[in-house]
Design a protein around this ligand. Sequence first.
Ligand code: MN
Ligand code: MN
Length: 500
Amino acid sequence: MPKLNRSEWYDLTRDMNWNLTYVTDEQVWPEELSNSYGIPSEAWWTWDEPYKISYPEYVHNQSGKDESVYAVNAVIGRSNLFENLDPAWKAAIVSHYGAIAVPEYVAGIGEARMGRFGRAAAWRNMAMFGTLDETRHGQLQTYFPYTMLAKEPRLDWAHKAMHTNEWGAIAARHLFDDMFTANDAVSTAIQLTFTFETGFSNLQFLGMAADAMGVGDVDFSSLISSIQTDEARHAQQGEPTVKILIEQGKGDVAQKLVDHMFWRSWHIFALLTGAAMDYYTPLEHRKHSFGEFMNEFIIKQFMDQFRDFGLERPWYWDEHFLTELSWYHHATHLGVWFWRPTVWWNPAAGASPEEREWLEEKYPGWNDTFGKYWDVIGQNVRDGHPERTGPETFPMVCNMCQIPLCNPAGYMAGKLPSPEPLTLVWNGRPYQFCSAPCQWIFEQNPARFQGHLSLLDRFLGGVIQPPTIEGALAYMGLSPEEMGQDATNFEWARGAVLVG
Ligand code: MN
Ligand code: MN
């Protein structure tokens, strides 16, 4: 077999486009599955990814990665590493597996859609590698928790969560259906690979890998580092797609797709990663605060990229995004902790005196705002009334992000936005939104979103029976053994007595 240099055959094999004669473009790339935004085929053929790889190279690299990460897992599985992990850190990994494992597998559908309906051969080629990547991530992140089931039965939520109506699972499915399973190939490239993966995945996979290493969770750290190397490669399908849209005078299309998905990604990462970094990671091992990671990965790196392409910052940047950056994840964390029976992990409060000092340092003003809530909760615990620290009612849920409205009220008025939801009546049905950008996303395409019922819509509409807290918990798939409890059995609150 002649051994040619890679450069002599690579372009021929990766990028073979031709004009169709037996069928029309529309038959091969229906707009629903591959919105061309009116850009002609020949223009799509200029699609050129910055990262080049052949199939033999791909297989070689991937099998090497799998060998080493499964070897780490096999060794760790025989140790007592998991038992010795800080209970607060366990909240970070148990929540991660439920929220991420199956969605990774589902992301393979988005990649496969680009693999079939991408508008250039080079792109379809890259996306097929992406499909294999996401399959690997789904397998890894269901297998790793499986090996620890004997130690933490709720790790079966890695597989179970997305098959339930637990509220976080509904929020995640609503987002991921919007982003990849119910999206066309071109929009998927902009929203999944450019916005979500280039922008936000780094937060979860680089930031959390650093924290995991600090904690001594070698298993989790090696797992997510291994995944990140794939993400960094296949995320690069976004850039050439954005480039073509802009060159062809469709910058406004790219901008709108980014604005839409940037906001949605922000909310889900604030909910998941915000709590993991600022409340669940043991204090002595926190590398950076969530706010600092957001600054580094999103505000600096990702926005530099925006400017290079000639895109604008989303319209809601200053008024909504930068404002929420100072409070939103503190509020969702407080909500998750308070409504802890509704989640499958044991949330850590992260509100001991030392932790509060750290929060005040990283987020000046925290003590006067969120600290006030934790004062009351801590006092109730110390007074012997832990039952006063749990929910009796349900919160309003946003009809876009599906995350409960948690805009703080009371003495925080004036410092933070109004706790009142935004209401839009559309086709006779009222919809509630937590924020102006969530409402804006709905208004851009009501037909896409109008049929969905939030958890609260289902509660009020009689879908959830009996219409009680217990009925709703059962509807969410949570047995009493599975419902979240305070990760440290209120140790953080009792500690305050010793110090104060
Ligand atoms: Mn992945
Ligand atoms: Mn990915």
